[in-house]
Unconditional design. Sequence first.
Length: 155
Amino acid sequence: MLSLNRWSSFDELTDLHREFDRVFGQSWGGVAGDTKRSWVPAAEVTTDKHGWKVRMGLPGIESKDVHVELDHTTLTVSGERTVKEESTDRHLSEIGYGRFERRFTLPENVDSEKVSASFENGMLELTLPVAEVVQNRRRIEIAGANKVEKPEKAA
């Protein structure tokens, strides 16, 4: 199972700009960090004989703000973490806010009808069982295929 993330040169430049702001902002008393920076939630993918498990850390997000979609072999998890509006001045923020989306390519044998999800203490856990495969291969005995005896030679 692989994760595909689109690369964007604009995002790289934005990250570089934020890093300069963070470094120089601290030196001159500016605000370090940006509450609108992009973020990617951490994920863990495991497998056993029963199927796959995908766990994602989504602290500060309610389950109603997380969307899980399975389209054939593509699993998409998306959502948004919003800033809790406070009437205080923010001097440091290392928490990323905004929209996120993670996509995973699944193997063909995942049973999409039995996929389940749970969300507890900021952890999303998806269980993706493997479809039971019927053993379609067996040896077929041919009826009436008796051993043919060779005729004896006359003396």
